[in-house]
Design a binder for this molecule. Sequence first.
Ligand SMILES: Cc1ncc(C[n+]2csc(CCOP(=O)(O)OP(=O)(O)O)c2C)c(N)n1
Length: 624
Amino acid sequence: MLRRTAFELMSGHLSRRQFLAAANAVGVGAAAAGQLADRASAMASDEGVAPARIVKGGTGGRIACEHLREWGVTHVFGNTGAYEAGFLDALVDYPDIQYVLGLHEGPVMAMADGYARATGRPSFVNIHSITGAANALGFIVNAFADNSPVVISVGLSAASGENLGVFTESFRTESIADLYTKLAFRVSNPQNLAESLRRAFRLAEGAPPGPVFVGIGSDVLGGAVDEAAIFPRSRSAAAASIHPSAEDALRAAQTLAAARNPLLVAGAELSRWGGLKELAAIAEKLGALVSGDSAASRSSMGFPPGHPLYLGAMRGPAGAAGPVDVVLLAGASRLTLGRGRERLIPETAHVIEIGIREDHLARNYPVDQLIFADARETLAAIDRILGETPVESAALGRRRAANEKIAQRRRAALEAELRAVWNKTPIAPERLAAELNRLIEPNAIIVTEGVSSDRQISDYIAVDAVNGERTHLISSGGSLGWGVGAAVGAKIAAPARPVVALTGDGSFQFGLQALWTAQRRRAPVTVVIFNNHGYQANRWAIAGLKGRGAATGRYIGIDIGDPDIDHVKMAAGYGAGGERVIAPEDVAPAMARARAASADGKSYVIDVVIGRRGPGAEAPAWRE
Ligand SMILES: Cc1ncc(C[n+]2csc(CCOP(=O)(O)OP(=O)(O)O)c2C)c(N)n1
């Protein structure tokens, strides 16, 4: 109580005399109260410590709104229920905080995730009870997999109904998200709401970031709060960076400089939080090849695709000029084993790994030097050291030339592959990706959920984070249906940038309701469906068993082409335009119409029919 009063003194809401009177009222002696007042005033003075803002009266809902305003939250992604009434009612008086309604909690969560990724700031979700939390869970998994700072507030049944089996009783609701959030907890006392939300936001953005789940009783959101202290956002600083030690950077630089044939791997953290430029600089100094993250890691693209030393995503054991003796895993990849359980990096190589996503460090592979630190900063330090002690030599020159040839061979192979399928109808995914690469704007955000076409998308669509050309968002969580929602969230975050979602037809059907929100918020996105009329990735898995499915051509649960889904008509139901495309030459005019629709505030769905391919593709269409 006295602390609160001290905050009021600090914030100028109380005079010194009023403070001393209040202290006296709660039995604090005059001398002690005077000292307290001095300290509070000193904190509020030029020392630079900003005082808390005291909010008096109102409901928990109002406190939540005050907190959001303090944290600069301008959008609430939500779907409503009775338990959230106190919050929704208070929100009326906060026109600076917009409510973004989604028709299902899956898209709500995906939009908040896309928004957080596009802004780099925490986003806020408000959904209903166990019912909404259960619907959101698939995309909470995705947010957790990729360290998205999303604060998920969930309205819970009131304490007065506890254990009485009331309708949608929120019995241990927060436990549903336990394994897939940094923390899941509940607030039962309205007086604790401000501090609880501050904790949630600080945790969500603290390194490494991630979703946080806060269950809030309906009686907390609707209940009266006497007063609450809203601390300035500036006083909840999350660790901006975990710094590497000078010795760590020096040792890594020395190991790399002494390597005969080093390989650099651009892990997920670099495309999320920076460091690709520094990695490119190191590669150039060492003449070393750079591999993208392993394909299974599903990291965002971003390393300059045309870089003379770039190898693309790692899809099999790393090949370089001669045996690799040192591997730099920069930015904690989720490096898995290869398809046949083979190791992607040689067992005999000395491995240096840098990152902060602890769960992914030293996983599946031994690591000889682990640097638990911000990857960008560490790479910058290594690059600086390498720059001070140049490692130029004849051997290095030969290595650079040999490695550039390897990277060049890869680019040539991709061009040959593209030429071979260029005239196919229906269009081949390679050509579709290449056409889109020509057509998508340099300032676009590209969200991909291409599943069996992800390989072609990453090989033929250029994203260059170093030179600020396009931004790529992808989810490594595996819950499909995320793409369209994430794209709409990104568009809300960055209204001036074109946003294009590339998705499989199966994935599209898991999450297309976000198109309604896009229309309502005038946040138009372009969606390109890679439509093979089925769950191709799953057919590959069955075919790979070489069992009954392969022998009979009966792939159960794979075909979604009968009835042939009219994706365009479904999107039209949400207010979006669109068309189906079969001939390759029709992609460009369709994209032009999409651009015009966007300018008009309307989303556009281009449903491109692509052929089936890969294992089991030859079997005639069949459904169970
Ligand atoms: C929410 C969810 N349900 C089911 C799956 C399993 N699953 C993996 S791939 C896939 C098929 C996706 O189809 P589509 O988007 O058309 O891509 P394609 O495999 O045809 O390239 C499914 C259903 C999943 N990953 N996520």
